[in-house]
Design a protein around this ligand. Sequence first.
Ligand code: AYL
Length: 551
Amino acid sequence: TIYTSHWDAPALPETSIFTYLFPDSAADSPLERFDPALPAFISPLTDTTVSRAQLKENALRLASGLRKLGLKKYDTACVWGANSLPWISAVFGLIAAGVTVTPANVAYESHEIAHQINDSGASLLFVDPANLITFEKAKPNLRNIFPASRIVLLCRTEDKPEISPYKSVYELFGDVAPAERFVGQDAINSAAWLCYSSGTTGLPKGVVTTHHNLTSQLQALNVMHEPLKSGEDSVLGILPLSHIFGAIIVLLQPITVGVPVIVLPKFEEVSVYSAIQKYKITYSLVVPPILIVMLHSQISKNYDLSSLKALLSGAAPLSKELCTEFKKRYPDFKLAQGYGMTETSPVIMSMTAADGAAHEGQCGRLIPTWEARLVKEDGENASKPGESGELWVRGPSTMKGYHNNTEANDKSFAEGRWFKTGDVLTRTEDGWYQVVDRVKELIKYKGFQVPPAELEALLLTNPDVVDVGVIGVWDESQATELPRAYVVANPRLGLKPDGYAKFTRDIGAWVAARVAPQKKLRGGVVVIAAIPKSPSGKILRKDLRKRAEEE
Ligand code: AYL
């Protein structure tokens, strides 16, 4: 059985994401055109508002500055920083110039950013001044040479550190010139975004998200969404814009409905509650650990949060139990859930806020444009309600493929361009889905991807470790998985059980010094005699998971 969405199919324009969002004429885009003076993005930190008209003009000015630096359509640039207005300016300037955006996690360590810059082939870097020290460490490992003109600071011109040889993004602004156009096959085939995801196995890979992937996704979201109302609603922008959830649902979608986003660098209780109160924010995108913090908050009662109508959670499992507890504490907020992946631009399933109460623990119904199958272990499609199977999907928002990686593409796509998600789901008779398991090796810490293969490769470079297997262990109190390493100690250490505590502490600290914080071994380090492996040498993570449950 092949399932489809019960919502109407949207029109699927073949144009660039920039032209779609900021049409010059009605023929350019099916989107409604809103008052150009409406606020698009607001920063409570600098107390600055950017209107829709300014956003577009800034993008066109930056695009011409980028052209002066020699950047061309189809080039790639990396944007590396926390959520901020300069970050947003940089990204819209790049898409206006037809340059592919590869956004990097703000907390990356030097080898992590070097991998993304090298693999993506980025030839320009927008960087948060706070990341300059880490960037200097990464520099010797970069394949592209970055002259000072190709390193641009994500900060206000007036805040530019005096000592830095680099310009701020605003100093690149040139004259307003037309945006690069992508029409027909060019829009279907050209990369707009290049996020990094490990997929079902291995190291982080570039996910080629085309212009058409994005416009199809935004069209689909706007069919199924309860409309956010321009002039009434506003969105809290705390999720990292460098992750696909933030990029599409926080950065782009509000523009399509004429609603402002209040931008903050991260979830921090005081600044978030103050912003909700001050800007009367009505809608927020969240991940489950944020709901846990709100659930146990000692201070949320000191703020007027009554403007908030709904929260939409995604990127990690949100249990029925957490929904119930959350609703007890905050009965006036509607709570809904969505499901998707970087590879699917990202939403596959979702529900409206109004549906949330009746569907706790479920992740929604197929949004428009998607076809889905649940493939059982015997290769047959599940067809009965409640039967579980691996979700395979097909639709115009499926990535073009992993960047320069035929092997991973061959593994991820089945005949007929079905994309294998690596997640196991069930479906009710009337089309509601629930995520019940994951058959891929990916770990998720608070919605962030933690590829175990990456931690394993790192740990094998430690001379005290001869073998290792990494899995995620569930922590109910934080509503997240935590990465845990099982390690075989080098026999030359002559390690005895009374030395395990120090050894595992040292290993944990050694890893923590080398990775972004979400990849720390918060689930612990466990000494093991041998890593369970299949005859072909593959780590049997199922066995490690079973062991973790028994411990
Ligand atoms: P990536 N429940 C359980 N697991 C989930 C869920 C969910 N609701 N959403 C995502 N995952 C897991 O690429 C799942 O294993 O994308 C999936 O394969 O960082 C993996 O996370 C993908 O991780 C939405 C829809 C946000 C999608 C998203 C972003 C998905 C993050 C909001 O409404």
